[in-house]
Structure formats: C-alpha cells, structure tokens
Design a protein around this ligand. Structure first.
Ligand code: GSH
Length: 208
C-alpha cells in the first residue's frame, strides 16, 4: 500500500515538529528531503505556497501546515499522550511561539536584514517568550504540566534555534529550567531519529 508522502527539510523547525509527531505516532511515511532552493515540482503542484512540511495522504489529501500534520498523526496514535493537555492552553502557547517569538527569532538570527534595531533588541524581544517558558518550567517539568504535550514538541525546535544564535550567551542565561528542558528534548532518542541525515529527494531517483 502506498505510504503518505512527507516533504521535509531536516533543519526546518516546522518540519522537525511534524516528524516528531509522526515518529511518536509510529506512522510510516515516505520522507522526501528537499532542497529549499530547488523544490520538487510535485511539492509545488500539491502545495503551491512552497513551504515544508507538507504531507500528502494516499487518498490525495494534502496537509500543508506543520500543526495540522502533528494533529493528524497524534489523532491516530498518541502513545505518549501529547494531546492530553488542555487544547486551548496548547494552541495559545504555540501561537505565541509561531507569532511574536518566531518574528523575534528571525530578526535575532539575521539582524543585518532588519537594521532598524540592534541584535540585542531582538534578543530581548525573544526573551519575553523565554521568560514565560522559564516561569512555566519552574512550576512543572514540561510547559503545561508534569508530562510532555504537543506544545513542548511544537516549540522546542524554535528554542533550539534561538539558543544556537549565541550559544555562549544561552549557556549562562537566566533560563536554567529552559536549558534543562531543551537539553532533554535534544538528547532524547526521538530527536536523534528524526535528525538522521538523508539524501535530497529527486524524482528521477525515486522513479528509477
Ligand atoms: N506555517 C508553516 C510554516 C512552514 C515554513 O515556513 N517552513 C519553511 C522552512 S523552516 C519553508 O519551507 N520556507 C520556504 C522557503 O524557504 O523557501 C508550517 O507551520 O508548516
């Protein structure tokens, strides 16, 4: 039987969260690792917006948002109970991540592209979210309680990027709980699995 096709990009945080959910749900998919510079024609045909991740189901249904892919996977199989947290709290926190925090992250990463403010300014903007996460993690082990939820999985790939912009700063920053939480995800077996390198998909190779 045909497998769902997942267009993915290894280092993309949106694709990471989608792969985490698919792997956790133990759903088999055909992963097509793409080059963002040379996107496969089939990807653009099924999802003209041209972002990854995109999942095409065998019946032709296309899911073109990482959160939809996570929900789809976990709705089928959620052995770790990632959907058990309050859905409203999960979506609020994820919306903050994907909104203001992602905006600050992009500017902190590439301050040259956004010369209206300094890199330090953009870091401070991002820290508003880090503060919020640290406060939550002081209260409980994961963002929304003692057990991991979809919010943790959806958010940690972005915190990973923020931390990597200036690793020395992050290592001594005032967010010890956040550091420990991030390390827990990065050192976990699931993350190692989803980060395995694979060759870039090319249509000719797959057809051959
Ligand atoms: N809202 C989308 C965002 C996905 C997204 O922006 N992915 C980036 C890579 S991290 C992308 O594909 N960008 C297109 C490009 O760089 O050409 C989702 O949640 O899936």
């Amino acid at each position: 039987m045909a497998l769902p096709i997942l267009y993915s990009y290894r280092r993309c945080p949106y694709a990471m969260r989608a792969r985490m959910a698919i792997w956790a749900a133990n759903i088999q998919v055909e992963v097509r690792e793409i080059s963002l510079r040379e996107k496969p024609v089939h990807l653009l045909q099924i999802s003209p917006k041209g972002t990854v991740p995109v999942l095409q189901l065998p019946d032709g249904t296309v899911l073109e948002q990482s959160l939809d892919i996570m929900q789809w996977a976990l709705a089928q199989n959620d052995p770790q109970g990632w959907l058990n947290a309050d859905p409203e709290a999960m979506s609020q926190l994820i919306a903050l991540n994907d909104g203001d925090f992602k905006k600050a992250l992009d500017r902190y990463k590439y301050p040259d592209h956004y010369p209206e403010h300094t890199q330090a300014f953009y870091r401070e903007q991002g820290e508003l979210f880090l503060h919020r996460l640290e406060t939550a993690l002081v209260q409980h082990r994961y963002l929304l309680g003692e057990k991991p939820s979809m919010a943790d999985v959806a958010i940690f790939p972005f915190i990973r990027q923020f931390a990597a912009v200036d690793a020395a700063w992050f290592a001594t920053s005032i967010y010890p709980q956040l550091r420990a939480w991030l390390a827990g995800w990065l050192e976990g077996p699931l993350f190692a699995e989803i980060m395995q390198k694979m060759p870039v998909f090319s249509m000719t190779a797959s057809e051959g």
